[in-house]
Design a protein around this ligand. Structure first.
Ligand code: RB5
Length: 147
């Protein structure tokens, strides 16, 4: 069975979320897209919480969150224990977020990124495995802070 990705945005992230969902499907994931599906104003923590909880509980392997800057989503998602949300602005950051930090939620800013760069960041994030080893020791220390 394919791994599941869960996606959400606020009103400022609709277009890039749609593009990120398309890329996730192209990469072979089943995607639950939580919306929103209109441009009405919504509050990004509501979506960050739902996506974060789905990832932390294991219902989804990865989360995708988009807002205007990606900053609010990353702050909010990182409040959920077990979430390692990375706000990435280029492909290098996305690769490092997976390789070294085992990030499980990717946060993007639609008002900063074009759709092309946004899509490339999502591809880089999904294609890069976690390297484990010395990085796992550090992840374990982060997890210990949540106890
Ligand atoms: C919405 O105007 C905006 O504040 C939000 O999308 C995001 O950028 C917050 O971090």
């Amino acid at each position: 069975m394919p791994d599941r990705v869960i996606a959400g945005s606020d009103h400022a992230g609709l277009k890039l979320r749609a593009e990120a969902v398309r890329v996730a499907r192209e990469e072979g994931f089943e995607v639950d897209d939580l919306g929103p599906f209109s441009g009405d104003s919504v509050d990004y923590p509501d979506y960050a919480r739902q996506v974060g909880e789905a990832v932390a509980s294991g219902r989804a392997r990865f989360g995708l969150l988009v807002c205007g800057t990606g900053i609010g989503m990353s702050i909010a998602a990182n409040k959920v224990k077990g979430v390692r949300a990375a706000h990435c602005g280029d492909e290098f950051e996305a690769r490092m977020a997976r390789a070294h930090n085992d990030a499980n939620v990717l946060c993007l800013g639609e008002r900063i990124l074009g759709l092309g760069l946004g899509a490339a960041i999502v591809t880089a994030f999904f294609q890069q495995p976690f390297e484990g080893g010395r990085h796992q020791v550090r992840i374990d220390k982060i997890s210990a802070m949540e106890k």
